[in-house]
Structure formats: C-alpha cells, structure tokens
Write a protein that binds this ligand. Structure first.
Ligand SMILES: C[S@@+](CC[C@H](N)C(=O)[O-])C[C@H]1O[C@@H](n2cnc3c(N)ncnc32)[C@H](O)[C@@H]1O
Length: 271
C-alpha cells in the first residue's frame, strides 16, 4: 500500500531519480535498477547491500522480531509502568492532524502506530524485514493501514517535502550514519513540520545495555558518540528542544524544519 499521492513520489533511494511501477517491482528508468516488492513490502535494501552496524542490527532485529513487542511490554510491566504510558510521553509531542501523511523511520513492528491518531495516513521504513513482517501482522490485527518499506534511514526512497510529520524512535544511536539519516528525515518532511527523534541516553546504554550479559556484546561500541544528536542537525532548524523521560533513560529531540525559502539554503551543520 502506497499512501503517497502519486507513484512518482517514490524515488531511487541512492540516485534520487523518480521510480516507475513495473509488475511486482519499482524500477529506475534511467539506471534500469529494480526494487522488488516482497509480500507487499517494496525492498529498497536487500541484505547483500547492507554494511557495518546497519547489517549487524538488521540481523539482530530479524532474529528477535517475533519477541520484540512482548519483551518491551514485559519490560515496562516489570518496571511498574505500561508500554502505552512510556510511549505517550513522547508520541504526544507529535503534531498529527486529520489526513496527515506521517512517516516513521525505523518503524520496527509498528508498535507506536497503535498509540497514534487513527485518521492519518502512515508509512514506515525499516532495515529489518523480520520487524516489517511483524508490523504487517500487527497492523492487520489492529486494523491500521500503513505503507511499509524496507530500506535504510540514510537512504529514504521518498520525494522531498512529502510528509506532514516525520519521526524516529529507538535506533539512531547505532545507525551507520546518523547525520545522513537526520538530513534524509528533514528532506522528506514538509517545510514548517515538526520532527521528533527519540533514543536511549548514553547513561542507559553504558550502565544497562553494556553491563547486561545478554546485551553486552551487541552494545560494545567503544568509539560511539551516544550524545543527543543536536550537533548533527543542519543549520537553520527551528524550535530545537531536548527532553529527558523515564528516569533519564530516554532522550527526545524535537525541532521544526524551516519554511521553504530558508530550507532551500540549508547545507551546513549546526555547531
Ligand atoms: C528499538 S527498535 C524500535 C522500533 C520502533 N521504532 C519502536 O519504537 O518500537 C529499532 C529499529 O531500528 C531499525 N533500524 C536500525 N538501524 C536502521 C537504519 N539504519 N535504518 C532504518 N532502520 C534501522 C531496526 O531494524 C529496528 O526495527
């Protein structure tokens, strides 16, 4: 299901040339590259093209996809709270209006969509096909319609200024290229829209994930910058705010893409 108004709104994620629809695939008429649709999900990133941490985490999330939701629900319950309460802390900051086009980058198993307004059009992209398969099942169960795509946050297959709302929760700390992913989220967001980025704080990663025997190996990334990525935003972003939630375990960065005239001039990085 493609909620973008016109097929030409899908772009080749690498060259940014408009894609056309074939039988069971999208194709780039300039390069001839094809992107196949697997079980309703256009695949913009086959595993053999993934590298670095993106490949590592795609494999990890593929493996745990069937247990991801139940483990986060259980974790919240053990901590004396609920998934809904934790998610609402940051999801309530989104500005979703009726009929808005909303993109979640790294949608995972689509758990956030359960807590968002029903009268909007959702799209989600993720590198893990396992997580997207779970998203498809859960969305059907919850009767929520959404377009799902497999691809990297660093190479979004959407046209500039496509979405009224763009948000990300829970993966950016370990993306191959955080700055590029932020630039892509901003590119596809409409001018004037508010963006939201949530992830675990450095202290949560260092004091919990890197110490826990089950997650230690996955999170041993000595040279990783785990700070809130304000310094990676392009110059010109407005209303930049950082909040901390849930005993400082998660940060929430919100900012607004400037209106068109300024957006066109963006090319540097904020200090
Ligand atoms: C902790 S889960 C969060 C899922 C969902 N956003 C949520 O809040 O429940 C992190 C997700 O990020 C995805 N991910 C990791 N690196 C990515 C990348 N470079 N591009 C897109 N998705 C990525 C993983 O596959 C995984 O589904």
């Amino acid at each position: 299901m493609n909620f973008l108004t016109e097929e030409k709104a899908l772009l080749d994620p690498y060259s940014k040339e408009p894609l056309e629809m074939g039988k069971g695939f999208y194709f780039n008429p300039v390069s001839g590259d094809k992107y196949y649709i697997n079980s309703g999900i256009p695949v913009f990133l086959p595993e053999n093209q993934m590298t670095g941490d993106n490949l590592k985490y795609a494999r990890f999330y593929d493996k745990i996809s069937r247990f991801y939701r139940i483990s986060s629900v259980l974790y919240c319950w053990l901590k004396g709270t609920s998934e809904k309460k934790v998610k609402k802390l940051y999801l309530d900051l989104l500005e979703i209006k009726e009929n808005d086009l909303v993109l979640e980058v790294s949608i995972g198993s689509a758990d956030n969509l359960k807590h968002l307004p029903k009268r909007a059009f959702y799209s989600g992209i993720d590198i893990s096909f396992g997580m997207l398969t779970m998203a498809r099942l859960q969305l059907r169960h919850w009767r929520i319609k959404a377009g799902l795509y497999q691809g990297e946050a660093e190479h979004l297959p959407f046209a500039d200024n496509s979405f009224d709302v763009v948000f990300h929760v829970g993966g950016i700390n370990f993306f191959n290229d955080k700055q590029k992913a932020l630039a892509e989220m901003i590119r596809v967001a409409k001018p004037g829209s508010k963006l939201l980025v949530v992830d675990e704080t450095e202290s949560m990663v260092v004091n919990t994930y890197q110490k826990n025997p089950f997650s230690r190996k996955l999170y041993q990334l000595a040279d990783r910058d785990l700070s809130v990525p304000v310094h990676l935003l392009p110059i010109g972003m407005k209303e930049i705010e950082v909040r901390y939630f849930y005993e400082q375990k998660i940060y929430c960065l919100t900012f607004r893409k400037p209106l068109a005239a300024i957006a066109e001039q963006l090319n540097g990085v904020a200090g």
